[in-house]
Design a protein around this ligand. Structure first.
Ligand code: TMO
Length: 329
């Protein structure tokens, strides 16, 4: 199954137009039956996986069947567009707004609303770096200290980038920075780099985000790049580099949204409406991540613990349409 599906799904991520063609001509569209399981995407960072299990727990309590499927951020768009997957509980503005907005605009995804959380994803360093590099968190100060972050004796600093959709190399180029981005395979590798460097106070700069468990354990700051505006990503003339996009940071007050397959609205109205009310704030997300990454619970256990403690809250999310949803008869 996954081999058959991965081709169009991958095409979809790369070329939205082809994806829509494949979809309308191939008969691969998802089945119409309301009793199909709701398929929830798990990505590769902790809070998202816990929220996926919380959403699944809520849907199950309402009477739905649920299945989980792990997907990279890059592949999730096609899967959601085609109805192979249905629910993604954490879409972050800093890394995912481009694809999300495009897919919503062409009607392939539905925006199921925002969480209460305000988010930021960007270059980040532990506080001890400030003593070695005066002027931080300003990006130009960081650039002057690039040699501190070099691993090969050159002046070119190394930035530990995350494996999510952000054109880090394009930003380095647009800002003329003496850095090179090296992408880690998964979030755990970022935390290993952070732990090892912190032990010996070695200067590092890495991708991080908030809310996250890291803020409960490490003091640090985001690098302040030129303030993000949408035009920075669409108009080369914007900003300090007249020729290139991405001469700015990520949004510092970003949104956190929920995305669903467009067919969900009709097929599972109760689940859809409930999911539009599904909302987490910064503190709860950071705490959920810490239950796994600091305390060692598995994702599902952290979700079950949360569901048990907050029953009246998630019960209150269920909407009016829950009384006449065919899948629940
Ligand atoms: C999408 N992420 C929270 C890992 O930046």
């Amino acid at each position: 199954m996954s081999i058959v599906l991965s081709m169009p799904v991958r095409l979809c991520s790369i070329l939205l137009g082809i994806c829509l063609l494949v979809m309308s001509s191939s008969g691969l569209a998802a089945p119409k039956n309301a009793n199909q399981p709701i398929r929830i995407i798990t990505n590769d960072w902790t809070s998202q996986i816990v929220l996926a299990h919380i959403a699944g727990g809520v849907f199950e309590h309402l009477g739905y069947r649920v299945e989980y499927s792990s997907s990279s951020v890059a592949e999730q768009w096609g899967a959601l567009a085609l109805g192979f997957e249905h629910v993604q509980p954490e879409v972050w503005e800093g890394t995912m707004s481009d694809m999300f907005t495009r897919m919503v605009e062409v009607g392939r995804l539905v925006d199921a609303g925002s969480h209460a959380a305000v988010t930021r994803e960007d270059w980040w360093y532990p506080d001890y770096v400030e003593e070695l590099c005066p002027g931080l968190p300003d990006w130009q100060a960081l650039n002057h200290c690039s040699a501190l972050f070099s691993e090969d004796g050159s002046n070119t600093g190394k930035y530990h980038a995350g494996p999510w959709e952000k054109p880090e190399a394009a930003r380095i180029r647009a800002l003329g920075m003496n850095f090179r981005a090296e992408t880690v395979g998964d979030a755990n590798q970022l935390w290993q780099v952070l732990e090892q460097a912190s032990k010996v106070k070695r200067p590092i700069v890495l991708f991080n985000w908030t809310p996250n468990w890291v803020e409960a354990r490490y003091q640090g700051k985001f690098v302040e790049f030129p303030v993000h505006e949408p035009a920075c990503e669409t108009d080369p003339a914007w900003g300090i580099n007249p020729k290139f996009h991405y001469d700015c940071g990520n949004p510092s007050q970003g949104w956190l949204k929920k995305a669903v397959w467009s067919g969900m609205v009709e097929r599972w109205p109760c689940a859809f409406q409930t999911f539009t009310n599904f909302s987490f704030d910064n503190l709860s997300l950071a705490q959920l991540a810490a239950r796994v990454d600091v305390d060692g619970l598995n994702h599902k256990a952290a979700a079950v613990e949360w569901l048990n403690k907050h029953e009246s809250l998630w019960q209150s999310w269920a909407g009016e349409s829950c009384s006449n949803d065919e899948a629940l008869r």
